[in-house]
Design a protein around this ligand. Sequence first.
Ligand code: HEC
Length: 439
Amino acid sequence: MAGHLYRWLDERLKLESLKIALLEEPIPGGASWIYVFGSVTLFFFLLQLITGMFLAIYYSPTTDHAYESIRFIMDDVPFGSYLRGLHHWGASGMMVSIGLHMLQVFLYGAYKRPRELMWVVGVILFILTLAFGFSGYLLPWDQRAYWATQVGINMVGTIPLIGDALVRIIRGGQYLGQMTLSRFFALHTLFLPWITMVLIALHLFILRRVGPAGPWDEAQASRFSEPFWPRQVYMDAVAIGNAFLIVAILAITMPAPLADPANPSDTSFTPIPEWYFLFYYQLLKYLEGPWEIVGTVVLPILFFLALLLLPWIDRRKERHPASRRAVLAAGAGFLTLVFTFLGLSLYEVATMPRMDPSVLRGKALYQELDCAACHRIHGQGGLVGPDLSYVGDKRDRDWLIRHFKDPQAVVPGSIMPAYNLSDEELNDLTNYMLSLRKH
Ligand code: HEC
């Protein structure tokens, strides 16, 4: 039955030659677990494509509704939190797998002649992946998104001569706002996916033309070869299955974060970028004043140039690590720096003063009791009562507690309702009020 169907299709679609092109590609030296990361990266790209399309059903790319639409996905859409979790952790998964894939190619010298073009296209795909991460971060339009993007755009502004013009193009105007969100959304969901798909096709086309490099030992590589199907396909599938399992578990146990809505006037927020930008963020902290430009312009340009030109920098024919000591030492030095800065940054984030849990409970209470119906904090809420943005500078604990217990007794004629709160709730709400200060 299956054989009959296959013959029927083969007669009409010429499957046999397709099968040879797709599955019988010879791998010099045979299949190996070390070759799985390219397929895993491709899998993550497809996962992002699919979860992204479903997120787009609910997401609204306007500054008025973006945050609310993400809230809706998290709280009301069936499996919405899981869907967003997959997209969030899938992005991290793609970063890890593309990193491992590049590391393998680097270690094996697989970028050398005649595979320079495949490497160059691969480096561009890596840059596109970073652009996906940066543009996607803004879309939830929460405090993290707003302030981290602000930092990123300010960095572009330090580029000499063209910096200001470039910032205006990226931001779409004078301020980070609707124009910025619109273009980041278009970039993230239309421009980048299409460019990436074309380049992935090109990457795979070149792979089919020159074939995989195989082991670094040429004698071993030419001794025997094995077709892509079945063993390499099996290894790739197992690796993809495990990668998905990890991301699926993370999506269930650690939902994607969503901070408070973006608030351009609350400059007290400390932005923290995604972990894959953290090492760079840490590096920038050490380069201040006249050195800043070294971090924002000189080093990134040198890094990406070195990456793109690697096949011409390391151009000797031998791929064996023993004969490429200088290049491998440079790579190891770079990775040591990355992980050192990442470690330092994670340490700083972990030891950063955290919000007092009582303040957090007070903040939740403020939302629950709908104080925002009458009060405004940093531009959000009603105008019946006084603005509470900096009430912590104005009132002390004793005053606040007496006022909450009986507003009319403290401010005669006040229309603020008296709330029947427990001592603990009173304490939490007061702590929250006291935390609202100018810094
Ligand atoms: C019906 C509208 C209304 C609601 C709801 C309301 N307030 Fe008020 N609030 C007022 C008014 C009007 C004042 C000014 C008169 C006064 O001080 O009592 C005020 C004053 C205050 C002050 C003193 C501010 C200052 O600068 O003197 C604080 C603090 C405060 N409210 C907190 C809260 C909190 C917390 C909630 C929610 C639990 C809340 N309010 C709910 C109307 C309201």
